[in-house]
Design a protein around this ligand. Sequence first.
Ligand SMILES: C[S@@+](CC[C@H](N)C(=O)[O-])C[C@H]1O[C@@H](n2cnc3c(N)ncnc32)[C@H](O)[C@@H]1O
Length: 327
Amino acid sequence: MGLTMSSGFFDWRDLPFPVPWHEILGSQGPLFVEIGFGSGEFMAWLLERHPEAAVVGFEVSEGSIRRALRRLEKVSGAHYALLYMDARAGLRHLFSPVSIDRIFVNFPDPWPKKRHEKRRLFYPPFWALVASRLKLGGSLQLYTDEISYLFWVLEQSQEVPELGVHWEATRSYPKTRYAQKWESAHKEIYRLEAVKVREAPYNFPCLPKDEAMPNVVLKPREGQTLSALVQGIGPLKTTGGIDLIIPKAYLSIDGQEALFEVFLKEQGLDQRYFIVVRRMGEKIVVRIHDATRVAVTPGVKMSVRLIGDQLQRRGCELLQSTVEVIR
Ligand SMILES: C[S@@+](CC[C@H](N)C(=O)[O-])C[C@H]1O[C@@H](n2cnc3c(N)ncnc32)[C@H](O)[C@@H]1O
């Protein structure tokens, strides 16, 4: 995407899992999270009201992030991070258990159509994740204009007894872009609060993440061309915890380089990147392409390893590997 690192915007792939937020944001105050911050009206208000807090926001809309960044530039001395990331993956991999004071969700998409229902956030596993990441006494606050959605959210939360959930109709709510939209349509607004009342037993470990980029170095047999070697590799697929899809390679015109696009899903985290297989004199090197950014998770290492393994099966000799090659 076209967003570049600027003060306030963080690329999650560059951060350790979990993130030491207080250290990174230079704050000693409470840790707050906003899910779907939209144009940033509420976050600006929160930062002004709690200048000591560390505030982390998740969004999946690039346009919203740009608008929020422009707005938040004007808030001085604030400690915040905006992330282009699905909040489900963010809460799990970027936060330690029992670390968050408050989570705010203002007017989440209710996805009213049956066929879109699976895009909703508040299914029981998400509630369990919320319970695991909140501190005891910490809470999640949600505003919505849709009573049927409110009841659906309530019903889903019942499977997580560590949360005490209550709701009310209210005239006091943050004046976000969506709040204003529903206000002018004269819709009733509801507030739900889920407070963590007991320790939660749920175990949602963060993915382990390495700093070093994985690579495999091989020696092809006499006369073996790269084009012949990569032909027939892919589509490769793995399932069961690490879902990888690697379609066929794209070969460069001079035949010295092959690119594999990788689609990876592991524990809620999606990554898409390229692996390059490059001829370098007598050797062949398999590694992540410089132009793509990744968080080096077990799935990323597995993807490099899978291609290295395929080349070994085609007769290449393994010279060096930072990842164990499956035989
Ligand atoms: C209806 S808008 C509300 C925006 C803002 N809170 C407001 O009140 O104006 C919902 C927002 O949530 C974001 N969103 C939807 N799913 C998300 C997810 N899984 N993680 C993070 N943000 C998400 C959308 O991009 C959108 O900006």
